[in-house]
Design a protein around this ligand. Structure first.
Ligand code: GLA
Length: 408
């Protein structure tokens, strides 16, 4: 349940906390602050899921090159996002510098932009990021201005040490005050970003605490993490998927639930698992931020990440996230309403065994549909006819993803 409190109170508490830090420079006049960003879920690539703390300037340039060379850019991937571990030290004026892995952030941003792509960066409202690098606490306006001066287009703002170093210290016995402090610090960075006048996508990362989906839009959030971290492991991916059921009413143009970045192509995920992961994230209207090793991407992984029909489901402008309509045993049926009265249906076999002797029977009536009806199988490209109670065999951890044109 959301813990409601006027933001002004929390802002007051937070400002007294940060009073010892330097006075930030007056923000520049907002010029295009009202410009809308991320009207469909952001698409791109982020460094964390493959490189973790080892990412370098060269990795970002190589990834940008690959997004163009592999056709991912043409398929809609735009943002090249640097996650944690780019940060260096602050100088005497409080200006944050990059560390030696990123010798010149402005030059890197210019390079990414020269490819027709956009660039994202990462910080924390706490004194330290999750990997222990410098966070933005007390330097929010200064950091926002710095990002804008580099040409940054996207900020992932990750709670990390703000929880232990600010929330727990300020209000050790009062969770409600802690949550207000958290909301206030996101509001503070939103205002700082808007004051730059540069359109910057604002990505909240606080693991879904305090029903973030209820308040994130009010602090300018374009997307907000709904869970803890993803790993390239089917059980974790399925657990995250399950947590998204019921959140669909909070998604819409400019506002996305974020079940975390893609693990497609990472770890030991099987091909079916990669396909199911990508299908379900598209059904969820989730941000599609690939996190794999682009220079060494296998053709079958590229085929998944660039499937235009599946991406079109994710990017549908209605922005309606899928609902889990029913499940039968370990098979789940999700539907997503699309522009023009079209419908996407995903039938997911979440179980560990193939349904061979006991095929799943699709109950169209439960979806409010009457067969027979024609649909496009978005992974084979073939037309299939859906009929009431038709038997469907789906491999373990695989999916049948179809699109039906305008319903009559
Ligand atoms: C947290 C986030 C991850 C990643 C790391 C970086 O764990 O949830 O997505 O950004 O921090 O340190």
């Amino acid at each position: 349940m959301r813990i409601f409190a006027p933001l002004s109170f929390a802002v007051l508490v937070l400002s007294s906390l940060t009073a010892s830090s330097q006075t930030p420079a007056a923000p520049k006049t907002p010029a295009v602050a009202t410009q809308k960003v991320a009207q469909t879920p952001p698409m791109g690539w982020n460094s964390w899921n493959f490189f973790f703390e080892k990412v370098t300037d060269k990795d970002i340039r190589d990834s940008a090159d690959q997004i163009v060379a592999t056709g991912m850019k043409d398929a809609g991937y735009v943002y090249v996002n640097i996650d944690d571990t780019w940060e260096g030290e602050r100088d005497a004026s409080g200006v944050l510098h990059t560390n030696s892995k990123f010798p010149d952030m402005k030059a890197l941003a210019d390079y990414v932009h020269s490819k027709g792509l956009k660039i994202g960066i990462y910080s924390s409202p706490g004194p330290k990021t999750c990997a222990g690098y410098a966070g933005s606490l007390g330097h929010e306006e200064q950091d926002a201005q710095l990002y804008a001066s580099w040409g940054i287009d996207y900020l992932k703002y990750d709670l990390c040490s703000f929880s232990a170093q600010v929330m727990a210290k300020q209000a050790p016995d009062d969770k409600a005050v802690q949550m207000r402090l958290m909301i206030a610090t996101y509001d503070k960075m939103d205002k700082a970003l808007k004051a730059t006048g540069r359109p910057i996508v604002f990505s909240l990362c606080q693991y879904g605490w305090d029903a973030v989906w209820e308040w994130a839009p009010s602090v300018g959030g374009n997307l907000w993490r709904t869970t803890g971290d993803i790993t390239p492991n089917w059980d974790r991916i399925y657990a995250i998927l399950s947590q998204q059921a019921g959140l669909e009413k909070y998604a819409g143009p400019g506002h996305s639930n974020d079940p975390d970045m893609l693990e497609v192509g990472n770890g030991k995920l099987k091909l079916a698992e990669n396909r199911a992961h990508f299908s379900m994230w598209s059904m969820l209207a989730a941000p599609l931020l690939a996190g794999n090793d682009l220079p060494n991407m296998k053709p079958e992984i590229k085929a998944i990440l660039t499937n235009r029909d599946v991406i079109a489901i994710d990017q549908d402008r209605l922005g309606k996230q899928a609902s889990r309509v029913y499940s039968d045993g370990e098979v789940e049926v999700w539907t997503r309403h699309l522009t023009g009265g079209a419908l996407a249906i995903a039938v997911l076999n979440a179980g560990d065994n193939r349904y061979s002797t006991h095929p799943f029977h699709l109950n169209l009536a439960k979806l409010g549909l009457h067969g027979p009806m024609q649909a496009k199988n978005l992974w084979t490209g073939m037309t299939i006819t859906l009929t009431q109670n038709m038997p469907i065999e789906i491999l373990s951890h695989d999916v049948l993803l179809v699109r039906i044109g305008a319903l009559k």
